[in-house]
Design a protein around this ligand. Structure first.
Ligand SMILES: [Zn+2]
Length: 167
């Protein structure tokens, strides 16, 4: 991703009010982010327990712009003893590290209460995970290639999610 200012992040949100976007809490390490290594910026709101945010870069009509999606985690959590997979970065973890998140859709659909839901890493740190964690079945492959492939897949799945929110 290209580096974004705080204002650009706040203005990028598609599915929440301006007031909500103004009031949300940015990641604690916002000033030190290594943007070039991020496929997306994902974080949980440190002050609002069930809220989380995803900001991605989209290329519409040759222009690169950030798009933010506000998501809400389900209140019920899965068990530590079951395995669950994040459908964005496809990392398998214990159930309590994966959460069902819903995003309000944009426009009339969203005003009618329509949401899109998917299972994601509870900490929304998929971008870091695809680079740092190698799934067991890929461990004998070249780590740099594995990370690049997982990052490209993540980008595609996040775009699919964003498209479902604004369809
Ligand atoms: Zn993930």
């Amino acid at each position: 991703m290209h580096a974004l200012t705080e204002q650009q992040v706040r203005r990028s949100f598609l599915n929440c009010s301006q007031g909500e976007a103004k009031g949300l809490t940015l990641p604690r390490d916002f000033a030190d982010l290594d943007w070039a290594s991020l496929e997306l910026l994902g974080w949980r709101d440190p002050k609002a327990p069930l809220r989380g945010y995803l900001v991605v870069e989209t290329h519409d009509d040759e222009a690169i712009r950030p798009l933010g999606i506000a998501v809400r985690a389900a209140e019920s959590r899965m068990s530590v003893r079951t395995a669950a997979m994040c459908l964005l970065c496809q990392t398998t973890q214990s159930g309590d590290a994966v959460s069902l998140f819903t995003a309000r859709r944009t426009g009339a659909a969203g005003r009618n209460g329509n949401t899109v839901g998917t299972y994601m890493c509870a900490d929304l740190a998929c971008a870091r995970r695809v680079r740092e964690e190698v799934p067991p079945w890929l461990q004998d492959r070249n780590p740099a290639e594995v990370a690049a492939g997982r990052a490209a897949d993540l980008r595609e799945r996040v775009r699919g999610f964003v498209d479902a929110v604004r369809r």
